[in-house]
Design a protein. Sequence first.
Length: 341
Amino acid sequence: MAILSKVKIQLEQNLPFVLYVLPNQTKLCGLFQLDALKYDFTNQKGFVFTSFDASQNYCIPFEFSEYKEEELKSEIVHSEIFSVDEVQEEKNHFEEIVQKVITSIKKGNFEKVVLSRKIEMEKKVDLIETFLRLVNRYPTAFRSLFYHPQIGCWMGATPEQLIKVENNHFETVSLAGTHQKSSFEKWSSKEIQEQQIVTDYILDSLHREVLSLKVSEPFTVEAGSLVHLKTIITGDVHSIENTKNIIQNLHPTPAVCGFPKEKALQFINENEGYDRKFYAGYLGLWNEQEASANLFVNLRCLEVEENKINIYVGCGITGESNPEKEFLETEHKSQIMKSIL
């Protein structure tokens, strides 16, 4: 594919680029920046990449890039049977933090906290081959490979839309709860409560910025080997300024942070013990001139370093959580990325 040859050239010249495939589509799109500068996305049309704490906002702009697209060649993807490789020290450490959250929730400090782990693997990968496996294995996700010499290299297959805006009409989702598809029977009260917290927060964030709102009933969706509980929220927005406000209000949502947001963020910063960087940030297409956006939460992702892979996974903790089950949830999520390496 010509578009993949262009990726190799960008890497050799140490120039930024992004490849992406929209959910349920087979068109591989690429933006290849002509210089190595860092652009923010103010007044831009391009691909945006924002950190979890929103302190870093970058854009690969159409204006200073070459755009290419090409139809993907279809491949047969076999279903995976995952095994869980427990590391006892990591397991104990994570379960201790989960228990600390549960205790704090029962004391009334907050309703939910999303805890995450960074799993480090000594491994060198072929970026293009790995990304193509990811693209073919997770057709319903937003799939991306992002590289900037001053930021790093990330790839992922996220099931979660932050917001989509077109012609002043917007759509966002409330996504929470996780089960292995093979063993799923029904949602527990803990998972239903967790997802409702996310939905309520999103609705509260939107009311001041929108003209109308429509909310679906929660339903089950598949994401690779996992299932999640999802609600679709749609409506009409006043202007691009309202869209910016919505993004600022939504990010980070309780699905990746917790609720109340400020207390959950403080707990995460004090207890997780590492920098999330761009994990649980957002990424996707932004066009300020046309007041359109197609942004996704950066989940099911990994960071590629020279001889190392960092896999980022998380889970929502409420008062009904079980520490061991939450650890296993992060392990199951990590298998999505491990399966493509």
